[in-house]
Design a protein around this ligand. Structure first.
Ligand code: CA
Length: 229
């Protein structure tokens, strides 16, 4: 089945360029000019991925991303954020809000399509992952849910992948580069500091369950997930 991509972008030139490139790559492209139109498009048919511009009239792309991550219907939809060059803080806030990847303007259609395909491959691989139990944590792979002592854990899509990797590879130290390869699929565009952002988010996710100490920093080496803490 053709994958449906929702483009949320108010600039017609960029929107048209992106839609053209996506259709050429065999993807179905729909468009919304602001957050409200995006919500309507999602209600009509849930897309397989959302390309979200940061600067939108009315509600910003970041606020929309946060809202999408809070709602059950949209929590799992991969989001790629489009940001302006040099807005380093934007990128970090974007990743912290649960966005899967970001692309800096101006970008080439080819780069964008490659990134979309990488993100979709990742989310597909994730669906095929199984259930795992470690200490007080349990991942139900089919339901795509995490439980801490049988209490549901609210978790973002990247943190879910990271936790799944850690739980299937505990008690070993992984460098940022190794985590990028395993969890992000060796996407060369993602910077190593992205790992730190998601590690922080994962700790925050586990904090209410008093399990954040399982995510351990190994100075000068990377991170380890351990049941001894
Ligand atoms: Ca814009």
């Amino acid at each position: 089945m053709q994958k449906r991509i929702l483009i949320v972008e108010d600039e017609p030139a960029i929107r048209d360029m992106v839609a053209f490139a996506l259709r050429k790559a065999g993807l179905d492209a729909v468009h919304a000019g602001d957050a409200r139109a995006a919500q309507e498009a999602i209600m009509e048919k849930v897309p397989d991925l959302i390309l979200l511009d940061w600067m939108l009239p009315g509600q910003s792309g970041l606020d929309l991303a946060r809202r999408l991550r809070r709602e059950d219907l949209t929590r799992e939809i991969p989001i790629i954020m489009l940001t302006a060059r040099g807005e380093e803080n934007d990128r970090v806030s974007g990743l912290e809000s649960g966005v899967d990847d970001y692309v800096v303007k101006p970008f080439s259609a080819r780069e964008l399509v490659a990134r979309i395909k990488a993100v979709m491959r990742r989310s597909q691989a994730e669906d095929e992952r199984g259930s795992v139990e470690l200490g007080e944590l349990r991942i139900d792979g089919a339901a795509h849910r995490v439980f801490a002592n049988d209490t549901p854990v609210q978790i973002g899509p990247t943190e879910y992948r990271l936790l799944h990797f850690f739980m299937t590879h505990p008690e070993r130290v992984y460098s940022r580069g190794q985590l990028l390869d395993h969890v992000w699929g060796g996407n060369v565009y993602v910077e190593e500091r992205t790992v730190d952002v998601h590690i922080r988010r994962l700790r925050k996710t586990l904090e209410p369950h008093r399990l954040d100490a399982m995510v351990q920093t190994v100075r000068g080496a990377g991170y380890r997930f351990s049941t001894s803490y």
